[in-house]
Design a protein around this ligand. Structure first.
Ligand code: TGC
Ligand code: FAD
Length: 390
């Protein structure tokens, strides 16, 4: 697959970035060009997660970039995290998913709600990729409404007995640990670290996906699993705890979507300059210029949105509704750009010679997971009016 990527910066947004941000972007971009672009199409076609990238993702600091160095993270700011997600998703949403889940949905809850012992036990190994994690919130009958979950546990002395199931779980088929959200006997939600090998715990893979094919997705099944009480996250209970993790991942996705959009725009622009029809490059035709101009406009708006959100997050001032607005807008922007860019390439757009069709299919998951497009609209509606319409 071709990779002659250059990113658009129409409003000189680079001026808003520090030298460290630019270095992180450059090194992550080079890694994607060297290690992801050459192999990703093949793995997507055979519906396999390229597991050998785990070690390299850890080496570039993609696991827990904003987790303190004390626990193996890189201690970077939120804009650095966003830039990494942008660059990795430029390669493939599934690879970014692995970095998002490990960082925001596994390391973050252990860092934020875990005991000192849990932090020391798990975080350094998660940062190096020695162990991988997954996040179990969604259930077969409770997707957009996780508060209705039925996965539950009962007290059993120094253990709990966990029952239930989770569905659509990124990385579950190979994860060493799962941060699972389950209700206690008082119907209060808690985070529990379930470890591979515990009796009654299985993680069957979900097959036949047309989207995120280079990412491994599966179930989590708990059949009377005895989990030591020391594996319960003590710092926070209630639905607010997993929703805080989602805020962090959704923020990263707002940047990731820009990476995909930039890749599609760049591919469409280069193709339109080279492809000649009716005696001229198609780039000289007004209809194609309209598509390119609108793509650049939307990318520029999204870049400013995520940068400002990153500043708010750095100051711990970003609200959930602000994060919903950015996730919703930027993923929608990227999916529309992918569809338009595919048209610019004509028939070639449907082939694996170019990244666009794979991006477009991946985005069908990205617009659904971490809160659907509709759910984020309802979160905004609630914020604006004070009326919940869920
Ligand atoms: P609601 O009554 O509004 O809230 C329940 C409690 O939570 C608090 N809260 C939050 N706390 C922290 N951060 C947030 N963002 C919060 N939003 C709400 C709230 O204050 C309340 O606290 P308390 O103390 O009063 O109990 O809850 P609800 O049941 O009405 O649901 C709200 C809704 C619909 C917004 C929420 O359930 C939702 O976001 N649904 C979407 C589900 C979702 O996004 N699932 C994602 C699963 S993980 C995933 O997709 C990973 S893909 C990863 C990858 O591969 O990249
Ligand atoms: P539903 O909730 O059944 O929604 C179906 C439709 O109804 C949607 O269009 C939705 O917007 C709409 N809808 C729902 N409620 C309302 C309402 N109140 N008003 C109007 N419309 C409404 N989950 C995890 O926990 N961990 C993971 O790692 C994970 N990874 C995933 C990876 C992939 C590839 C995919 C596809 C999903 C993943 N998910 C994961 C699950 C994901 O978060 C859910 O699919 C998502 O939250 C939506 O839930 P659902 O699929 O059950 O759809």
């Amino acid at each position: 697959m071709h990779d002659n990527f250059t990113s658009p910066d129409f409003y000189q947004i680079d001026d808003l970035l520090s030298e460290e941000h630019k270095l992180i972007r450059e090194s992550t971009r080079q890694w994607v060009s060297k290690s992801v672009s050459p192999i990703i199409e093949e793995y997507a076609q055979k519906a396999e997660f390229p597991k050998h990238l785990i070690k390299e993702l850890a080496e570039i600091g993609a696991f827990g970039p904003y987790i303190p160095e004390k626990y193996g993270g890189a201690g970077l700011d939120q804009i650095s995290y966003g830039i990494m997600m942008q660059e990795i998703e430029r390669g493939d949403s599934g690879i970014r998913s692995t970095a998002s889940v490990q960082s925001s949905l596994v390391m973050y809850p252990i860092y934020k709600f875990g005991s000192e012992d849990q932090k020391e036990r798990f975080l350094p190994k998660l940062a190096t990729g020695e162990i991988m994690g997954c996040f179990g919130l969604t259930e077969p009958d409770h997707g957009s409404n996780p508060g209705g979950m039925i996965t539950n546990f009962k007290d059993d002395g120094d253990h709990i007995i966990l029952n239930g199931s989770k569905m659509w779980i990124s990385n579950s088929p190979f994860a060493d640990i799962a941060v699972v959200w389950a209700k206690d006997e008082n119907k209060r939600i808690h985070g529990v670290i379930v470890e591979r090998g515990m009796k009654g715990f299985s993680t069957p893979e979900t097959h036949n996906k047309w989207s995120l094919r280079a990412s491994s997705t599966g179930e989590l099944i708990f059949d009377n699993v005895r989990v030591p009480k020391e594996n319960i996250l003590p710092g926070k209970s209630g639905l607010g705890a997993p929703l805080m993790c989602l805020d962090s991942a959704r923020y990263g996705i707002s940047w990731g979507a820009i990476g995909v959009a930039m890749d599609c725009y760049n591919t469409a622009l280069n193709y339109s300059l080279e492809r000649v029809q009716f005696g001229k490059p198609i780039a000289a035709k007004q209809l194609q210029q309209k598509k390119l101009a609108e793509m650049l406009t939307e990318i520029t708006k999204a870049q400013l949105l995520s940068w400002k959100l990153g500043k708010l997050k750095n100051d711990d001032k970003a609200s959930s509704a602000q994060i919903s607005l950015a996730k919703r807008n930027n993923v929608d922007m990227a999916i529309k750009i992918a569809r338009d860019a595919r048209q610019v390439l004509g028939g070639m757009g449907i082939t694996g010679e170019y990244s666009i069709m794979r991006h477009m299919m991946n985005l069908e998951s990205v617009i659904t997971y971490e809160g659907t497009h509709d759910i984020h609209l309802l979160i905004l509606g609630n914020e604006i009016t004070g009326h919940s319409a869920f």
